[in-house]
Design a protein around this ligand. Structure first.
Ligand code: TSJ
Length: 647
């Protein structure tokens, strides 16, 4: 009772019941936060923001709110504000206390008191404001109802006092401010780019919504103004711009809706080869796909085959276009909204409602069919692209066969460019992928050949985003790499056969080095994804500076470290320290390279993991823009001297 003595119960008996519910609810959430927000990692932390913002988006979808302000304040305090109706401030009929307090303290209270209309947004777990409150050191809510400002503050979910009027106002809206609980979360440091990606997605999916997102932690605020009248159509244009693909026609947009559900698709074929299909159900990114995606893919294949046959582009006896053919270079966004969405799958991001397969299928058959008839030149462009893909698929199959026979892709013969190591237990082996012949030369001489293999790469690496699979197998850069790793590629990739459990990319710390790293990572992501998922890919961290004082020599991996070491070396006597910059790996002698970059006792390595493997799935090319980046995780020694590798 003690914490709540400030409250004035509106109806005594009810208040007691409510209190018990509150305390039990809070305890459950704080005891097992993962059950409510997935995890207590940075992803869980970001979920707190999504949960709150989703409430404001619901208000916007209900037609009562135009602007949503999201701010990261200094010390990682989050503030979300909308100009909607404001959470109702009256006494809740069932609970007997202010509805505001009900929303923020009772588990699953969100939405239940709301009126008609279906609630379509809702975070991954859709748990509501009370969960965020329970997981916050403190939270404050201010509701403007056009007359009064109602205020309540909570500590770890418990109200400090009853809802109070703290001022007058002519505006309406809800403002929530909170500081996540550092005894629950691994980190409180929000990543602006990650939040931005999700907020932008919401702005695309809910055309016209205006989200103003600002990071006010640093000296100069970073502000993004997100509003897209074109909705998913603009989303597709944005994706293509991000993945540097040229659209072959204007974006096609189709939509249907009835009282129970709504579906829309925007799509555009591009000059790229990989497909990029993003699907959403109730604004949640369904990375595992589901019924809406199945309906889309089935219908797209069928409607294009129907068109090709009807217009005699395909003859009766010709092989039909298959799914892969009609998706080559396609960028599409599928968005469905429905009541009672069922989310399935490992990460609960697969839509299970089977009625949505039919809804999307019917829509695509009908509306895409009509579109093709009305736009014969676009239809021709799409069919031609698919036919080319079909021929390439056939050619790729043959190429793979030939190369397999010619080069013994399955024979285990090692390429010339590989200097192998002696050890054969993969868990103890490392392979350095080294750019440039002189750097490779130093690496070969400097390495510990018992467990370190060196693969030399030279010249321009293939950008696998820009070619079809058949070009990969015979490529003179990739083929030795595939052979050296020994695990095959694509669907046949077998992590059990991998020959080295540390695959270390060693490239210069400059723009060219960064480019090579990006190309290699793109290749790994597209064709050897388990390599990244298992955490086997690393980036070597060469030093940036050499410091000399007489006979004494040291190296530094960052500007800060350079300054610190230089001060140390100078010592009391202010002796002269010569500082020089390493120009590149190529100019290091073997011994130097070993000591600074390859010796497990002294080097640093940066492990490449996907920041969020699930979300990254189909969007690596977008990722490789500057959206969500693979997490840079510093391991082994020197963890504190993080150098910006600029992926
Ligand atoms: F998450 C949250 F609850 F903390 C929260 C809610 C956070 C933010 C930033 C905004 C909101 C919110 C809730 N904005 N607008 C609303 N609207 C209502 O709660 C509301 C208002 C009136 C009526 C009605 O039927 O009259 C119904 C609802 C759901």
């Amino acid at each position: 009772m003690s914490e709540l003595t400030n409250n004035v119960p509106a109806a005594g008996a009810k208040y007691d019941e409510t209190q018990i519910q509150v305390l039990e609810g809070l305890e459950a959430v704080r005891k097992r936060p993962g059950m409510y927000i997935g995890s207590t990692s940075i992803q869980g932390l970001h979920h707190l923001v999504y949960e709150i913002v989703d409430n404001a988006i619901d208000e916007a979808l209900a037609g009562y709110c135009r602007n949503i302000y999201v701010d990261i304040l200094p010390d990682n305090v989050i503030r979300v504000r909308d100009d909607g109706r404001g959470v109702p401030t009256g006494i809740h009929p069932k609970m007997g206390i202010s509805t505001v307090e009900v929303v923020y303290t009772i588990l699953h209270a969100g939405g239940k008191f709301g009126g008609e209309g279906y609630k379509v947004s809702g975070g991954l777990h859709g748990v509501g404001a009370s969960v965020v409150n329970a997981l916050s050191q403190w939270m404050e809510v201010r509701v403007h109802d056009g007359k009064n400002v109602h205020y309540q503050r909570y500590l770890r979910g418990k109200p400090e006092a009853a809802v109070q009027i703290i001022g007058q106002t002519e505006e309406t809206g809800t403002e929530v401010t909170f500081l996540a609980d550092d005894t629950i979360f691994e980190t409180l440091e929000y990543e602006y780019d990650v939040l931005l990606k999700r907020l932008r997605e919401q702005a695309f999916l809910n055309a016209g919504i205006h989200i103003i997102f600002a990071d006010r932690r640093g000296e100069t605020p970073k502000v993004s103004d997100l509003q897209y009248e074109g909705g998913v159509k603009t989303f597709v244009e944005y994706l293509n711009q991000q993945r540097k693909s040229e659209g072959l026609h204007d974006v096609i947009h189709i939509a249907v809706s009835n009282e129970n559900n709504a579906a829309e698709v925007a799509l555009q074929y591009t000059d790229s080869y990989a497909p990029l299909i993003l699907s959403f159900a109730n604004n949640i990114n369904t990375t595992e796909g589901g019924m809406h995606e199945v309906g889309f893919k089935t219908a797209l294949t069928k409607v294009l085959n129907n068109y090709a046959v009807a217009h005699k582009i395909l003859k009766e006896n010709d092989a039909g276009l298959d799914g892969e053919d009609v998706r080559e270079g396609l960028t599409a966004v599928i968005s469905v909204k429905l009541t009672e969405a069922q989310f399935e799958g490992q990460t609960k991001t697969k839509l299970g409602n089977s009625e949505m397969r039919q809804v999307v299928y019917q829509m695509v058959m009908q509306k895409m069919g009509d579109f093709l008839e009305e736009n014969p030149s676009v239809a021709r462009t799409i069919i031609d692209k698919s036919l080319t893909a079909q021929r390439a698929r056939e050619a790729a199959r043959k190429a793979k066969e030939t190369i397999r026979r010619k080069t013994g892709l399955e024979s285990g013969q090692m390429p010339d460019k590989l200097q192998d190591c002696n050890e054969r237990d993969a868990s103890l082996c490392e392979i350095y992928i080294v750019e440039g012949d002189s750097a490779a030369g130093s690496a070969i001489q400097g390495r510990d050949s018992r467990f370190q293999a060196i693969l030399a790469m030279w010249g321009k690496m293939l950008n696998v985003e820009k070619v079809r699979a058949d070009k990969i197998y015979g490529n003179d850069k990739l083929y030795p790499l595939i052979m050296a790793l020994g695990a095959g590629i694509g669907e046949k990739f077998d992590i059990e056969k991998l020959r080295d459990h540390k695959v270390i990319i060693m490239a210069d710390a400059d723009v060219d080095g960064s480019h090579i790293r990006t190309l290699l990572l793109t290749f790994f992501f597209r064709y050897m994804r388990p390599l990244i998922e298992n955490g086997y890919v690393y980036s070597a961290v060469p030093p940036l500076y050499k410091l000399k004082k007489g006979k004494q020599e040291r190296v530094a991996y960052s500007d800060e470290e350079r300054d610190r070491i230089s001060a140390e070396m100078r010592g009391e006597g202010n002796a002269k320290v010569e500082i020089s910059r390493f120009k590149g790996l190529g100019e290091m002698d073997p011994h130097e390279l070993w000591e600074t970059t390859m010796d497990p006792e002294r080097r640093s390595l940066c492990r490449i993991t996907l920041y969020d493997a699930v979300r990254a799935d189909e969007v690596f090319s977008v990722l490789m823009g500057e959206q969500v980046e693979p997490r840079k995780e510093w391991i082994e020694r020197n963890a504190q001297y993080a150098v910006n590798l600029d992926f």
